[in-house]
Design a protein around this ligand. Structure first.
Ligand SMILES: Nc1nc2c(ncn2[C@@H]2O[C@H](COP(=O)(O)OP(=O)(O)OP(=O)(O)O)[C@@H](O)[C@H]2O)c(=O)[nH]1
Ligand SMILES: [Mg+2]
Length: 407
């Protein structure tokens, strides 16, 4: 484990984009071969940290200097448009953070840095209260998430809120691409000038979800959206990632039999701050009541996620609108409660750390896979593991050795 960590750090050192850091880290990396590994690692880490501390205040200035006039103009226009609430600028800024192009990613980071300092200033003026309420909405395919968002979103915009909707998994495999469906289901909301709907590409990696969605949330907030809804289909892994980037995690369940709810993992129910039983109307009202009672009992057995909030189960109908104002009131109670107790701000802080580590994991793995000595060996070793000739542990060791050999 220690070896893997030091290998990862050395690789990170080589790929670090700032020259000063690169020089310091490469020097430290070379020393690693002669000095005791632990001592050298500690020393090189503390040197890097202090150098970083010294240089971090100049980071923005340094980056800005490196920009061409065209890039500078682009970023200035994007930033101005974004904080003035222009939808086109928001769309363009999200496209920039979603880009996989390395220069565009650098530009996106400069923009985000500016956005973050704007956030800090506004939050200070707001007595430390976050600028927006972030709500994650998850549930199995067909639970009624999009229909709910349309109804709920319209209610919120009518009350004067600005609502952003980010759909994390638009191409649900079960519904064969619900993006098209969502566009038709959220017709009124998508025409509402106080709402912004954006599907977020998953690009197949959880890290991708984390990075682009987290950054898109920040951008929406700078655009003046005070409620950000993040929709995800609750059968995979993405909802766990989403639960780690929102203030409140809401699980939507249809009034269906046990079979249809099989895909829902127990873990995801534990994450829920609120369980919403949907479609409580017509013939579905009785099953909805039954599901509600079942989940009320189930939640009693689960570990509490927060000291200041007890998860609840509510019933709604997006068709009749029944239960939706009451649901919003519960969400507000949650937000006020969590903010007053300090838990909301503490949760956001720890989410920042999770976010950073997710990015590190994603990048370290990417560098590992693309390392010339590793890349060439992967197909052959995978084949040997698949055919049972080589134990997976040994194959992993061989790849790690090849990786560290070059570092
Ligand atoms: N009776 C009734 N039907 C509803 C209600 N809400 C949604 N539906 C129906 O349930 C079906 C699925 O609704 P969606 O809103 O598309 O569900 P979803 O969870 O977004 O589905 P995916 O995006 O595919 O995961 C649609 O046919 C809706 O008309 C409701 O409140 N009452
Ligand atoms: Mg949907």
């Amino acid at each position: 484990m220690h070896r893997v960590t030091s290998c990862c750090l050395r690789t990170l050192a080589r790929h670090c984009s700032y020259q000063f850091t690169r020089k310091a880290m490469v020097a430290a990396t070379q020393k690693l071969d002669t000095l005791s590994r632990t001592r050298a690692l500690n020393a090189h880490l503390s040197r890097t940290v202090s150098k970083r501390r010294l240089c971090i205040s100049h980071l923005e200035e340094k980056d800005t200097e490196a920009l061409s006039t065209r890039e500078q103009r682009l970023l200035d226009n994007l930033y101005d448009g974004l904080i003035s609430g222009h939808r086109a600028s928001l769309a363009e800024a999200i496209t920039l953070v979603e880009s996989t192009h390395s220069r565009k990613r650098e530009l996106a980071q400069i923009l985000l840095q500016k956005v973050l300092s704007h956030h800090r200033e506004k939050e200070l003026l707001n007595c430390g209260k976050p600028l927006a309420f972030r709500v994650g909405l998850s549930g199995p395919p067909g639970a009624g998430k999009s229909t709910f968002i349309e109804c709920f979103g319209k209610m919120l915009t009518a009350q004067g809120h600005k609502v952003a909707v980010l759909a994390v998994d638009p191409s649900s495999s079960t519904s064969g691409g619900s993006l098209l469906g969502d566009k038709t289901r959220m017709t009124e909301l998508s025409r509402d000038m106080n709402a912004y709907i954006r599907p977020s590409p998953t690009r197949g990696t959880l890290g991708g979800v984390t990075r682009t969605t987290n950054e898109a949330i920040l951008l929406c907030e700078s655009g003046g959206y005070d409620i950000v809804l993040v929709e995800t289909v609750g059968v995979g892994q993405s909802e766990f990632a989403v639960a780690d980037m929102v203030d409140m995690f809401v699980l939507l369940l249809p009034p269906a039999g046990g079979d249809e709810l099989q895909g829902i993992k127990r873990g995801i129910i534990e994450m829920a701050d609120l369980v919403v039983v949907t479609k409580a109307d017509g013939d579905l009202l009785i099953p909805a009541r039954r599901i509600q009672a079942e989940y009320v009992s189930a939640l009693k057995l689960l570990r509490k996620r927060s000291k200041n909030w007890r998860p609840q189960v509510v019933r709604i109908s997006s068709k009749s609108g029944e239960g939706i104002p009451e649901l919003w009131q519960k969400m507000r109670d949650y937000e006020n409660n969590m903010f007053a107790s300090g838990e909301l701000v503490a949760r956001r802080r720890s989410q920042q750390k999770v976010w950073m580590w997710n990015l590190i994991q994603e990048n370290v793995l990417l560098h590992f896979r693309n390392h010339p000595m590793v890349r060439d060996q992967i197909p052959m070793l995978e084949e040997r593991v698949l055919s049972g000739v080589l134990p997976p542990g040994l194959a992993a060791d061989m790849l790690l050795k090849a990786f560290s050999g070059r570092s």
